[in-house]
Ligand binder design. Structure first.
Ligand SMILES: Nc1nc2c(ncn2[C@@H]2O[C@H](COP(=O)(O)OP(=O)(O)OP(=O)(O)O)[C@@H](O)[C@H]2O)c(=O)[nH]1
Ligand SMILES: [Mg+2]
Length: 385
C-alpha cells in the first residue's frame, strides 16, 4: 500500500534534518511490503524549515512538502492529509511529530496492525510498554495522565488509552469520512475529536505502546492551559449533546409526553366525568405507561424494536412491572426515607420549599435512572451479533 508519513512542522528546521534521514535510512529499508513516503505539512515556518525540506527532496525522491498559513496543528493535518490523498495517492497515512518524540522504530508495528485489519492505530503512552518522559515537570505528568483518564471516562471508552497523543496511523477512508466535521477543530483538540468520531463511526481501532521521549531541540508549540480548557469544554459538551440527542434524550421526551397524558386523563375524568381522583389517576397512569411503552419501542429503541406479538405482550408486561416497581420502591421509597430519616420541614429559596419536594425530585431522578437502565439493559437489550 502507498503509505505517507505526514509530519506537521512549525519551526522544526533542526529536527526535520534528523527525522527524515532516520526514516529514509533506518526505517523504510525494514519495510518491504509497503511503498513509504513522507509529507511535511509546514506553515511557512520563519526558521526556514521548508528550505531544509527542499534540500532533502533533492536527495530523497519520496518526499513532498505542503505549505500554508499557520492556523494550528489540526488545520495543518487536514491540509496535509488532503494533499497526501489527492496528490500523492496515499492509502494509509501516519501522524507523526517532527521533533523525534515519536520513536520511528515503531512504524512497522503500526503497519502490522493496519495489515491485520485495523482502520486507525493509536500510539499509546499509558499502558504497559508505553510511557511519558520521566523528566517532565510533575504537573505536566499529572495533566497528561488525568486528561486522558478524564476523556476515557466521560466518553465511556476505557479500552482506548491515549486520546491526546499525535502518533497514529490511519486508512485514508477514516480521514475522508471525518474530514468535513474535523475542519472545526484547528488546534491540538483535533486529535481527540478525530479519534472520537472514528470510534463513533465504528472504525476498528488498534493500539501500539511506545515510549514518548522528551523534545531535545526546538521549542514546544503547545499552550498547556488553553489546551486543558479546550479539552474539558470539548469532552463535556460533546458528551452532553450525545446524551440529549441519544437514547436518554428520547426516553426523557417520551416520559414527558406520558406525564402530560397522565395529567390530562386525571383532569378530564375527575372534572368532566366526576370520577374519584385515585381511579382517574390510575387510569391516566396506565394509559401513560402504554404510550411510553409503544413510543420507546418504535422510537427510543427503534433499532431493537419488538414486533412479534408474543414478545411484544411479554415485554409490555415487564414494562408495566418495572414501572410499578420503580414508582413504589424507588420514587415513593425515597420520599418515605426522606421523611423518616431527615424529616419534614421547609426552607426558603426564592419561594418556600418543603423538604418533601426535594425528596420527590431526587426520587424521580433515581426513578429515571432505574427505568432507563432496565429498558436499555433488559427490555430492549442489544442482541449479540
Ligand atoms: N504545521 C504546523 N505544525 C505544528 C503546529 N503546531 C504544532 N506543530 C507541530 O506539531 C508537532 C507537535 O507539536 P509540539 O510543540 O512538539 O507539541 P508537543 O509534542 O505536545 O509538545 P512538546 O512535548 O513540548 O514537544 C511538532 O512537529 C510541531 O512542529 C502548527 O500550528 N502548524
Ligand atoms: Mg513535541
Amino acid at each position: 500500500m502507498k503509505v505517507v508519513i505526514v509530519t506537521p512542522t512549525y519551526n522544526e528546521k533542526g529536527n526535520i534534518d534528523r527525522l527524515i534521514p532516520t526514516l529514509e535510512n533506518e526505517i523504510f529499508p525494514q519495510i518491504k511490503n509497503h511503498d513509504m513516503n513522507i509529507l511535511v505539512a509546514d506553515d511557512n515556518s520563519p526558521d526556514g524549515t521548508a528550505d531544509e525540506v527542499r534540500k532533502l527532496m533533492e536527495k530523497y525522491k519520496n518526499i513532498d512538502i505542503n505549505s500554508g498559513e499557520k492556523q494550528g496543528l489540526g488545520a495543518a493535518y487536514i491540509r496535509g492529509m488532503t494533499y497526501a490523498v489527492e496528490h500523492m495517492g496515499a492509502e494509509v497515512m501516519f501522524e507523526m511529530d517532527a521533533d523525534l518524540q515519536h520513536d520511528p522504530q515503531k512504524i512497522p508495528e503500526f503497519l502490522k496492525k493496519i495489515d491485520e485489519g485495523c482502520d486507525m492505530v493509536i500510539g499509546n503512552r499509558y499502558s504497559d510498554g508505553g510511557s511519558i518522559p520521566k523528566n517532565w515537570p510533575f504537573m505536566r505528568k499529572v495533566f497528561s495522565v488525568v486528561a486522558n483518564l478524564f476523556v476515557r471516562t466521560v466518553f465511556m471508552k476505557l479500552s482506548v488509552h491515549d486520546w491526546t497523543g499525535g502518533y497514529r496511523a490511519l486508512k485514508k477512508e477514516v480521514f475522508l469520512k471525518e474530514k468535513e466535521e474535523l475542519t472545526n477543530y484547528k488546534g491540538y483538540i483535533f486529535q481527540i475529536s478525530f479519534l472520537h468520531k472514528a470510534i463513533r463511526d465504528g472504525f476498528k481501532i488498534g493500539e501500539v505502546p511506545f515510549h514518548f521521549s522528551d523534545r531535545n531541540l526546538g521549542r514546544s508549540k503547545i499552550a498547556p492551559l488553553g489546551y486543558i480548557t479546550e479539552v474539558f469544554k470539548f469532552v463535556i459538551s460533546t458528551r452532553i449533546r450525545e446524551v440529549i440527542m441519544g437514547k436518554f434524550g428520547k426516553f426523557l421526551v417520551v416520559g414527558g409526553f406520558g406525564f402530560i397524558i397522565n395529567f390530562a386523563v386525571l383532569k378530564i375524568l375527575s372534572d368532566s366525568f366526576g370520577w374519584n381522583h385515585s381511579w382517574a389517576n390510575l387510569t391516566g397512569a396506565a394509559l401513560a405507561i402504554f404510550s411510553n411503552y409503544n413510543l420507546n419501542n418504535i422510537w427510543t429503541f427503534g433499532e431493537r424494536k419488538v414486533s412479534v406479538l408474543s414478545s411484544y405482550l411479554f415485554k409490555m408486561l415487564q414494562f408495566y412491572a418495572t414501572s410499578a416497581f420503580g414508582v413504589i420502591f424507588i420514587q415513593t421509597g425515597t420520599i418515605f426515607l426522606g421523611d423518616r430519616f431527615i424529616g419534614e420541614g421547609q426552607f426558603s429559596f426564592i419561594l418556600p420549599i418543603k423538604y418533601y419536594y426535594v425528596y420527590f425530585v431526587i426520587g424521580t431522578g433515581l426513578l429515571l435512572i432505574w427505568n432507563f437502565t432496565i429498558y436499555n439493559k433488559i427490555i430492549w437489550r442489544k442482541k449479540p451479533h
